[in-house]
Design a protein around this ligand. Structure first.
Ligand SMILES: [Zn+2]
Ligand SMILES: [Zn+2]
Length: 342
């Protein structure tokens, strides 16, 4: 079968490999779609630890082709989405219920073969059923959505909350929708892309702002701004040093900042502890998807979270090698790799 493999940092190739066989407790899934994520580009550049040679792709969905021994609750032909993050269940963090912080965390598509392939093998506990009638590509959004749900949970958004979302990529556009669902009255998306701002407003943002024209903090938080005094919650979804530095200034007194965007290892930003202390700003980070994948699958299966407009391109494996080795195209939200497209 075909697979897009990271052979070493900086070396990505379309390979012909053996189709895997499901071991005991595993499912063989025929991949219908797998999203290209910023993490895949970081892995390509060696900015994140991984386990090459390995097939990348951690945002996949597909149909169960074959079932290994000792599997229950699944049948061949069933559509599933995969939670790529496998916790050991035994380390001190897992024993405290903090499975996303597992010391032996193994991720499908990072440490073991993932979904940029015709087939992927996954442990049954990582699979979650999706309806037959769901458009086949939608399941590829369950993984990023599950990460966003964790961030929104940590932010404790309530009815009537005000929220500023920094970054208009797939994460920002999913967080906008989740914030409205959680009851936020005002949700402002900040991004340079004009089309992304327009899309955010269609998906539920009550306002949007372009950070490249003038002082964004003053414009949003001034007395005559969109959110005078700042927002209850600011969620950083861009993974950019500049926006992380801005985030605290956009929060109101006693407000919460959640870092959801992924920055390359080693990057430092300036924060002012005096300001955080005197305004009692809660600064938190949100890492992956502890126990949120089923909720993500339900939100997508029910159509509660809209994903169709987040699909920018559908590409085959050979184009995928190009797409992962290069920065995302301007304005692109999500490119999906679809086996069979070449
Ligand atoms: Zn991802
Ligand atoms: Zn563990």
């Amino acid at each position: 079968m075909k697979a897009v493999r990271l052979e070493a940092p900086g070396k990505l190739a379309l390979c012909e490999v053996e189709r895997p066989e499901p071991a005991k407790g595993e499912l063989l899934v025929r991949v219908e779609a797998c999203g290209i994520c910023g993490t895949d580009r970081h892995l390509f550049k060696g900015e994140f630890p991984s386990n090459p040679p390995v097939t990348l792709g951690h945002e996949f969905t597909g149909i169960i082709e074959k079932i290994g021994g000792s599997v229950s609750g699944f049948r061949e032909g069933m559509r599933v989405t995969g939670d790529p993050n496998i916790a050991c269940g035994r380390c001190p963090e897992c024993q405290r219920g903090r499975v996303n912080l597992c010391r032996k965390l193994q991720a499908i598509g990072i440490h073991r073969d993932g979904g940029f392939a015709e087939y992927v093998c996954i442990p049954q506990q990582q699979a979650f059923e999706l309806p037959d009638a769901l458009p086949p590509l939608y399941g590829a959004f369950c993984e990023p959505l599950a990460c966003c749900i964790h961030g929104v949970d940590l932010a404790e958004i309530r009815t009537g909350s005000s929220v500023i979302v920094l970054g208009g990529g797939v994460i920002g556009l999913l967080v906008v929708q989740l914030a409205r669902l959680a009851g936020a009255t005002n949700v402002v998306l900040v991004t340079r892309g004009e089309e992304k701002r327009r899309l955010a407003e269609k998906l539920g943002a009550t306002a949007s702002a372009d950070p490249s024209t003038g002082d964004i903090v003053a414009r949003l938080t001034a007395l005559d701004g969109v959110l005078p005094g700042g927002a209850d919650v600011v969620i950083e979804c861009a993974g950019v040093a500049e926006t992380i530095e801005q985030a605290a200034s956009l929060a109101r007194r006693g407000g919460t900042v959640v870092i959801l965007g992924v920055m390359p290892q080693g990057v430092k930003v300036e924060i002012e502890p005096f300001d955080l202390l005197f305004r009692e700003i809660k600064l938190m980070s949100s890492f992956i998807n502890p126990f949120t994948h089923r909720r993500a699958a339900d939100l997508i299966a029910s159509g509660t979270i809209k994903v169709e407009s987040l699909i920018s391109r559908r590409i085959g494996f050979s184009e995928a090698v190009q797409a992962i080795s290069n920065p995302a195209r301007g304005g692109e939200i999500r490119a999906l790799v679809i086996p069979g497209l070449g």
